[in-house]
Ligand binder design. Structure first.
Ligand code: OGA
Ligand code: NI
Length: 350
C-alpha cells in the first residue's frame, strides 16, 4: 500500500481520460500564480539543519533545532546530509531525461490503479474550478530497491541504476531524521523507525508554463503529504511554497540541501504538536522544474495514534489509535487533500 496523495484522486480520474501527456491551451499568463506577493525565504525563514551536527557532540542541540522547526514551521532544510552531490545531479538529469522522452515511452507507465507499484500521472484540467494542474509525475515504490527495480523504466537506460542509488542514499537520511524527530519528542530514538516500512518516490516534472484556456495554472495545488515525513530535493528553479504564520512563503532551492516536510502521520503521532505542512508548487514561465519527493510511510498494521508519552491531562489525545491501513483506506473516501482527513480519527468522530 502506498502513501497515495488525495490530490491524486483527481489526478487519477484525469489520467483515465488523458490521451496525451502534452497540453496546448491558452491562458493569460498574468493569471498564473507568480512569486510576487509572497515572502522570499531563501535566506530567512527556512530553518537550516546541519546533519553533521547529529553525528557529534552537538547532537542534542541539533535535535532541539529540529523539534523547534517541526513545531513552528513544519519544515526545514538539511545540509550535509551525505547524499553525494553527483548522485543528486545524476538523479535530476535522469528525471529530466525521462520526462523528455516521447509520450508513448512515458505513457506506458499510466495505470488506473492508484496502488500500483509504479504509475505516471499527467497534468489535468479541473474545469469546475477553472484550474489547470500542470505537474506530471512518475510515482513508484523503492524500498527495498531490489524488490521494485524491475518495475521501473528501462529507458533512459541508466534510470534503474541512478534512481536506485539515489533512493538508497535518501533512505539513510530518512532514518536518521526520523530518529532525531523521535528524540525531539522525547520518545525512544527508534520509536518511529520501528514502524517505518517503505518509501515511495514521486519524480515531479513541471513543464515551463503551458498555455491553458482555464483561468489559473498550478504546478501542484495546496495539500499536505499523507506521510511521516517527505524529503524533497529540488533543482535550481524556485516553485515550492509553504504556509507559515498564515502566509505563503517561497522555499527557494538551497544548493545540495534537501527540504523535510512534516506529514499527516507525524502530526498524529506527535499528538498535533507537529503540524503537517500545507504546501503547493507554482509554475515557472521560463524554465521547466524538476523535484524528487521521497515519502516515508509506516507498515499497514502500524498503530499511528498519538504516542502515549505525549498524552497527559494537559495534552489529551487529539486522535484515537488507528492503523496506517485504516488511514490509507479512508483517504479514498474523504475527498480532502489536507491533514483534515485525520479528523475522522478524532475521539469525537464515532
Ligand atoms: C509533492 C510536492 C512539491 C514540489 O510531491 O508532494 O508537494 O515542489 N511537491 O515539487
Ligand atoms: Ni507534497
Amino acid at each position: 500500500m502506498s502513501p497515495t496523495l488525495l490530490q491524486e484522486v483527481s489526478d487519477h480520474h484525469a489520467l483515465a481520460g488523458a490521451k496525451n501527456a502534452s497540453y496546448a491551451h491558452s491562458d493569460p499568463l498574468s493569471e498564473i500564480p507568480t512569486l510576487s506577493g509572497v515572502d522570499i525565504s531563501a535566506d530567512g525563514s527556512t530553518p537550516i539543519i546541519d546533519m553533521v551536527a547529529l553525528l557529534g557532540p552537538r547532537r542534542s542541540e541539533a535535535i532541539k533545532q529540529i523539534g523547534l522547526a517541526c513545531e513552528k514551521n513544519g519544515f526545514f532544510a538539511v545540509k550535509n546530509h551525505g547524499i553525494p552531490e553527483m548522485k543528486i545531479d545524476t538523479m535530476l538529469d535522469t528525471a529530466r531525461e525521462f520526462f523528455h522522452l516521447p509520450d508513448e515511452e512515458r505513457l506506458k507507465f499510466r495505470s488506473a490503479d492508484p496502488d500500483s507499484v509504479i504509475r505516471l500521472v499527467t497534468g489535468f484540467q479541473d474545469k469546475t474550478r477553472n484550474v489547470f494542474v500542470s505537474r506530471q509525475s512518475l510515482k513508484f515504490h523503492c524500498h527495498p530497491v531490489e524488490e521494485f527495480k524491475s518495475h521501473w523504466p528501462s529507458n533512459p537506460p541508466s534510470f534503474r541504476e541512478n534512481v536506485g542509488e539515489y533512493c538508497e542514499s535518501v533512505r539513510k537520511v530518512e532514518v536518521a531524521i526520523l530518529e532525531a524527530i523521535s528524540e525531539s519528542l522525547d520518545l525512544e530514538r527508534d520509536y518511529i523507525d520501528k514502524i517505518l516500512k517503505g518509501h515511495y518516490v514521486s519524480i515531479n516534472y513541471y513543464p515551463a508554463c503551458q498555455e491553458s484556456e482555464l483561468d489559473v495554472t498550478h504546478g501542484v495545488r495546496t495539500h499536505t503529504d499523507p506521510t511521516l515525513i517527505t524529503i524533497l530535493m529540488q533543482d535550481d528553479v524556485p516553485g515550492l511554497q509553504v504556509i507559515n504564520d498564515d502566509k505563503w512563503i517561497n522555499v527557494n532551492p538551497i544548493p545540495n540541501a534537501v527540504v523535510v516536510h512534516v506529514g499527516d502521520i507525524l502530526q498524529a503521532i506527535s499528538n498535533y504538536r507537529y503540524k503537517s505542512l500545507l504546501h503547493q508548487a507554482i509554475v515557472n514561465c521560463e524554465k521547466e522544474r524538476v523535484s524528487i519527493a521521497s515519502y516515508c510511510y509506516p507498515s499497514d498494521d502500524a498503530m499511528i495514534g498519538p504516542a502515549k508519552k505525549l498524552i497527559d491531562e494537559v495534552h489529551p489525545a487529539i486522535y484515537k489509535d488507528f492503523t496506517y491501513r485504516e488511514f490509507h483506506e479512508s483517504m479514498w473516501r474523504v475527498k480532502c487533500s489536507t491533514a483534515k482527513r485525520l479528523d475522522l480519527f478524532k475521539p469525537s468522530s464515532d
